[in-house]
Write a protein that binds this ligand. Structure first.
Ligand code: GP0
Length: 831
């Protein structure tokens, strides 16, 4: 790699065009003719889309260059967000609204006989994440840009993102996500800034003469190397002139590597080696909350953090920068444990490459990292077998051992040699095999450790990381998650956005607390009527969308009851489907007159990790129940089930604005935060939910009257577990529950075959780790309250408007302010 010129003062820039319809037409045709190499008459939809994306980029380009130059010139303290996932969603509309170009573009295209709406559909969303965690990262980079915070997002440019989900006879089948196949107009590859990343090999000790002293130094002698090529993405702030960068790394074989093999004349072997290297960024691991300890996954993690640290130090800091002062310039925010290998990597850079003394290096390192934990499930906490980590990163393992030794000395000292405590806190687990506990490493190294909702942070302090919180109480803090109002309200719900803006002006888009000003409108019958009109229109839009996309027909004017999230037992999709089964049973058995049922459409969206058998079973059950319900002449008049395959950000944007009821029904104490819950409340859905994650805060803000609470609380659930939970007792005592489970067990939804869903039934009756049966009756009762409330449209829409008005807190802009105040201590740039 050649040395790269550093910009120290602004270089002259070609400025972006002024937005005008004629100008846009000119830019667009230029892109179509000169870059896409075609003419309007012969252009495919994809040609037209690509040309449009590139045209829109023109309008953001000088902001981007200016922002980048300002960061380099003024060297402010920056946030470097390290995340293995960014679930970005489609880029076109977001870029258009950020640049305030939607109308200009739409008119310009119309003058050429092109419908903007058709081109939108051509974009394949970059699905570089699994779910909540990846989408959170995407919301955060949006907010950072909108708030003019000097920030860079670092991640991996997976060639294949989250798999495409298909249903075959109701069962999930995965297909590769070819998101790059039609071109990727939003990225800028910079092979000239490639970074070399080493793996494997061994370490050796060398003696060096430093002045009069001989010092022993450890050196890593790697076994193999790969290159990381950065791909830059614009992250436009909302109409504020700031465009930050998201830098995603793609793996390439080193030139030397294959050249050597070529020279031996083994062409096939050389190509194989290349494939091996390039595998590193090939595919996103589809496990959510249950990481697989796969070697390639650790390679991915080290690959992207090694590239990112190198990049930050070499490209973003001035030449000759004194790394002792690194904490003044950056906070590396660790999004879960996936990037935690960055901790020993920075130590290696400082000690082995820069010649820092260990203690000096450790002080710098501790000043540079902060760690966000996103889970409470023990199986979601990553551990890496020592054997694997040592083979792949021998020097890093040594460094981790030394960090651990010094840390455990501290624990011994402060605890009076409490060896049990030492074993619990150790970064190295001894059983079932020697392994590195990445959450412990992160907690030891970080300036701050945060959970993602009040309850979650409390449980981290009290349970998951209690020993650490006792040792360092001041390290622990909370930042409740948030979602970007740009994508999830302004862009996804133009009807509601218009209504809000008409009532209170448009300041809410970047200052969501202003939604409070809507509160009085909840009592205005005319406003409520218009709110209902918007909801109805959103339902129609959804119906059209599902019809076109999936051939699914949903009735337009029923209560829309939505449960969308990853399929996981702790989230309890089974509880929802048992409710559906109960309604079905009551109607079919004549216990319930369909006339007395509030018509509802239950919509599910969920992907299961491909190796998670129980989750896939549950998907099968939902689809099979759905088929039977939808085919039943009486039942289907009042109850429908829709499960569109391949739930993604694009589906979310159409589905959430149409929802009346938001299902947030995890067992209390299991969902770290939830972020879908916030999107629904902001779009005027009422929540039926447990006292879990951020639901707790949603309920506090919107008020008990505007939220359907049910289920065990976390302490209650813990007490039940402690006392010995027996799910079969609930089955025996509750005839309604018994009938529902028996229907499933007897094969009502599987053509009489009792074996099909036997694993689900026996799991619920035998173990039921997430207490579905314990919460079943409480959930049914809550659904009764939902029905009663929904029968009064005025009261319902009043509550819905209050949900919108009181949910401004859940803007990711507010989350960013909290991170800035509590963790990062960085400042916005001047506009
Ligand atoms: C948590 F541990 N989350 C994990 C994980 O591996 N993947 C993931 O998406 C989620 C939590 O489950 C969450 O509660 C949370 O809000 C989100 O991370 C962001 O903090 C689901 O929304």
């Amino acid at each position: 790699m050649g040395s790269v010129a550093r910009v120290t003062e602004s270089t002259p820039l070609i400025t972006s065009p002024e937005p005008s319809v004629e100008g846009f037409v000119r830019e667009y045709l230029r892109e179509l003719n000169f870059t896409q190499g075609t003419v309007l008459e012969r252009a495919s939809t994809n040609d037209k889309y690509l040309a449009l994306a590139r045209t829109v980029r023109h309008y953001l380009m000088s902001r981007w260059m200016r922002t980048t130059n300002e960061h380099l010139r003024t060297q402010p303290k920056a946030v470097a967000y390290l995340s293995a996932e960014y679930l970005l969603g489609r880029q076109l509309d977001n870029a258009l609204i950020a640049a305030d170009l939607t109308e200009v573009a739409s008119e310009a295209l119309a003058s050429l006989g092109i419908d903007l709406a058709d081109l939108r559909e051509a974009e394949v969303e970059p699905g570089l994440g699994n779910g909540g965690l990846g989408r959170l990262a995407a919301c955060f980079v949006d907010s950072l840009a909108t708030m003019s915070i000097p920030a860079i997002g670092y991640g991996i440019r997976y060639e294949y993102g989250i798999f495409r989900q298909n249903f075959v006879d109701g069962w999930q089948v995965e297909e590769p996500d070819h998101w790059l196949d039609n071109g990727s107009p939003w990225e800028f590859a910079h092979p000239e800034h490639e970074v070399t990343v080493s793996f494997g090999g061994r370490t050796e000790t060398v003696t060096e003469q430093v002045g009069d002293d001989t010092v022993e130094r450890t050196r890593w002698v790697p076994g193999w190397k790969v290159l990381g090529v950065p791909y830059n993405y614009m992250v436009p702030g909302y109409r504020n002139g700031c465009v930050n960068t998201l830098r995603l790394w793609s793996a390439r074989a080193t030139h030397a590597f294959d050249l050597e093999i070529f020279n031996y004349g083994d062409y096939a072997e050389a190509v194989r080696a290349q494939t091996f290297a390039e595998n590193i960024s090939k595919v996103l691991y589809p496990e959510d909350s249950t990481p697989q300890g796969k070697e390639l996954r650790l390679q991915q993690q080290y690959f992207f953090v090694a590239c990112s640290l190198r990049d930050f130090i070499d490209q973003l800091l001035p030449e000759g920068f004194d790394l002792h002062r690194l904490p003044e310039r950056v906070c590396f925010q660790l999004n879960d444990t996936h990037p935690v290998i960055a901790v020993p990597e920075l130590m290696r850079i400082l000690v082995d490459e820069q010649g820092f003394a260990w203690d000096e290096a450790w002080e710098v390192t501790q000043g540079c990292f902060a760690y966000t934990c996103h889970t409470l499930l023990p199986e979601a906490l990553e551990v890496w077998p020592v054997e694997l980590l040592g083979r792949l990163l021998p020097r890093h393992l040594e460094i981790i051992y030394r960090i651990n030794d010094e840390f455990l000395d501290e624990v011994r000292e402060s605890s009076g040699d409490d060896e049990l405590l030492v074993r619990r806190m150790s970064i190295i687990a001894e059983h079932p095999q020697r392994a590195v506990r990445m959450a412990h490493l992160a907690t030891v190294a970080a300036t701050k450790v945060n959970g993602v909702a009040e309850l979650h942070s409390q449980l981290l302090r009290d349970k998951v990381l209690a020993d650490f919180a006792r040792l360092w109480p001041e390290k622990f803090t909370n930042v409740t998650n948030g979602v970007t109002p740009r994508r999830f309200v302004r862009l996804a719900n133009p009807g509601l956005s218009g209504l809000i803006t008409e009532a209170i002006g448009d300041g809410w888009v970047t200052d969501l607390d202003r939604l409070r000003d809507l509160e009085p409108m909840a009592d205005d019958p005319e406003f409520r009527r218009r709110f209902r009109e918007v909801k109805a229109a959103n339902k129609e839009r959804l119906a059209g969308f599902l019809e076109r996309r999936d051939g699914i027909e949903i009735p337009a004017d029923t209560m829309l009851d939505v449960m969308v999230k990853r399929l996981h037992e702790y989230k309890r999709q089974t509880l929802k489907i048992l409710h559906v089964v109960t309604l079905y049973d009551r109607i079919v058995s004549g216990r319930l007159d369909p006339e007395d049922v509030v018509p509802r459409t239950v919509v599910f969206g969920a992907k299961a990790a491909p190796g998670y058998a129980m989750a896939k079973q549950i998907i099968g059950l939902i689809n099979h129940v759905g088929s039977v319900v939808n085919a039943h002449p009486e039942v289907s008049r009042v109850l429908r089930v829709a499960f569109p395959a391949n739930y993604d950000v694009t589906v979310a944007e159409t589905l959430i604005p149409a929802a009346d009821l938001s299902e947030q029904i995890s067992l209390a104490g299991k969902e770290a935060s939830g972020t879908g819950n916030m999107k629904f409340a902001l779009n005027g859905a009422l929540t039926v939910g447990t006292d879990d994650g951020a639901n707790v805060e949603i309920r506090q803000l919107v008020g008990d009257d505007n939220f359907f609470l049910f289920g065990l609380t976390e302490p209650e659930a813990a007490a039940v577990a402690e006392a010995g939970y027996r799910p079969s007792a609930y089955y025996e005592e509750n005839p309604v529950l018994r009938r529902a489970l028996d229907l499933v067990a007897r094969g009502e939804f599987s053509g009489g075959d009792r074996r099909v869903f036997e694993p689900i039934v026996s799991n619920l009756l035998g173990e039921d780790r997430f207490m579905v049966l314990a919460d079943f009756q409480s959930y049914l009762d809550a659904q009764e309250r939902v029905e009663t409330a929904y029968r009064d449209p005025d009261a319902w829409s009043r509550a819905a408007v209050l949900n919108v008005a009181r949910s401004g807190f859940f803007s990711s802009d507010r989350s960013m302010r909290d991170y800035l105040d509590r963790i990062w201590h960085a400042e916005p740039m001047e506009a």
